[in-house]
Ligand binder design. Structure first.
Ligand SMILES: Cc1cc2nc3c(=O)[nH]c(=O)nc-3n(C[C@H](O)[C@H](O)[C@H](O)COP(=O)(O)OP(=O)(O)OC[C@H]3O[C@@H](n4cnc5c(N)ncnc54)[C@H](O)[C@@H]3O)c2cc1C
Length: 383
């Protein structure tokens, strides 16, 4: 088999690249490890898309059911500090759109259609001239000009191509589940509460008859030594929710993920390039993971399409390096910013707590800083 582009990983980012390139006349094959009819019973995880990501999806013809968030409130449970981010401060209707992860992933795989080879995985990668020879674990062989690794946090393409990864374990666990609130609160407000029990984020989800929310709660592992996850959640959930005058009922299983981050030292070799979670993973506190992946994918697609139209080799190092130069420093900045928040809000020091409360209130009053921050998080900087 011969394809100009081979994509390892048919997650949301891999499928986006396939669809975007196909619309520009470039065919690709997606190699996806899981079977087509994978068990999707765990339907708890949500994803919050920034306005830039939402627009990219619309541009490729994917419209989704999503809850628009017009206001994000950030509070410190232990003090009086708070910040409000409002969509109107940057002249948009919504700061983000919350949707179900599996629903979006299914839509993307449906649209990628026959381009996906399910239950397959790359075994080895070698070069002959401008062409790549890719052997799959089922012993099939494929030739291509460009291999894109969008195969997630444990990327086999990054490993087989010897990219160096800097890894860091936060020593935290994320709990994610659905919860409902009996009150008739504004459905377009998302909240984030920093506390001694971890970082608690509450995002609205569309539901026809319930006031439903998605919870992503990052908890330091040291708090979980002697307590079961369900007991921990039941014990503290309403202590935290009371900070926003809410009372929550748990509406689903509680799914847990260990929290770590990683960043590759470089994203490209001749003929091979890495995007999305395969290149970097980030703390979920600001819901930026998939948005960074979409920004990577869009910049890469633009470079590949431009090279293809000019008749340049699409897998050449000079074409792929342009993508890395545009994206790696932006991603590093976001990773470092999130670490700053994790450290600042993870501290139990009384002086740090006092300063962060003063800082939150001061930040809330300085509108140009807020606008700068929202624009960055919403992906409004030029790709
Ligand atoms: C608790 C939690 C909450 C989150 N919330 C948000 C949020 O609100 N907003 C947000 O932006 N981000 C969020 N994220 C991060 C977001 O889920 C990821 O950034 C995003 O899924 C990355 O997409 P991806 O396509 O790059 O990788 P993945 O989603 O990991 O997809 C990789 C694909 O590659 C396949 N694969 C893996 N290995 C191989 C292989 N060897 N060969 C072939 N295929 C392979 C996998 O089966 C999968 O289909 C959250 C993460 C967590 C853990």
């Amino acid at each position: 088999m011969n394809y100009p582009v081979i994509i390892s990983g048919g997650g949301i980012i891999g499928c986006y690249i396939n669809i975007r390139l196909k619309q520009a006349g470039i065919e690709s094959l997606i190699i996806e490890k899981t079977p087509k009819d994978k068990d999707k019973s765990e339907n708890v995880r949500t994803i919050s898309l920034n306005p830039n990501t939402y627009q990219l999806l619309m541009d490729i013809g994917i419209s989704i059911d999503a809850s628009g968030v017009s206001q994000i409130r950030v509070l410190d449970k232990e003090g009086s500090g708070k910040i409000k981010f409002l969509a109107e401060e940057i002249g948009t209707d919504f700061l983000s759109y919350v949707t179900m992860f599996n629903a979006l992933s299914d839509r993307m795989q449906e649209k990628a259609g026959d381009s996906i080879m399910f239950s397959s995985e790359i075994k080895s990668i070698s070069r002959s001239g401008e062409s790549l020879d890719i052997a799959l674990k089922n012993n099939e062989e494929i030739k291509g000009l460009l291999l894109i690794g969008s195969d997630g946090r444990m990327s086999s393409v990054a490993k087989l191509s010897n990219f160096i990864s800097r890894d860091y374990n936060y020593d935290q666990t994320a709990f994610t589940f659905l919860a409902s609130d009996g009150s008739s609160r504004d459905k377009s407000i998302a909240s984030q509460i920093f506390s001694d029990q971890g970082i608690f984020a509450l995002m609205p989800i569309m539901h026809k008859d319930k006031n439903l929310f998605s919870v992503v709660w990052s908890v330091p592992n040291k708090l979980l030594n002697n307590i079961d996850k369900d007991d921990f959640v039941s014990k503290y959930i309403n202590e935290l929710a009371s900070k926003i005058d809410s009372e929550l009922n748990i509406e689903s299983d509680i799914i847990q993920f260990p929290l770590s981050k990683h960043h590759l030292d470089s994203y490209t070799n001749e003929g091979v390039v890495i995007v999305g979670d395969a290149a970097h993973s980030i703390h979920p506190l600001a819901g930026q993971g998939i948005n960074l992946g979409f920004a990577d994918a869009e910049v890469l697609c633009k470079e590949v399409i431009s090279a293809h139209r000019k008749g340049f080799p699409i897998g050449s190092y000079s074409v792929l390096k342009k993508y890395e130069l545009k994206r790696r420093s932006m991603n590093e900045l976001m990773l470092k910013t999130m670490d700053g928040f994790v450290n600042l809000f993870g501290s139990n020091n009384i002086y740090v707590k006092l300063l962060r409360n003063l800082g939150l209130n001061l930040f809330n009053k300085i509108s140009f800083m807020k606008v700068f921050f929202i624009n960055h998080a919403s992906g409004s900087h030029k790709l």
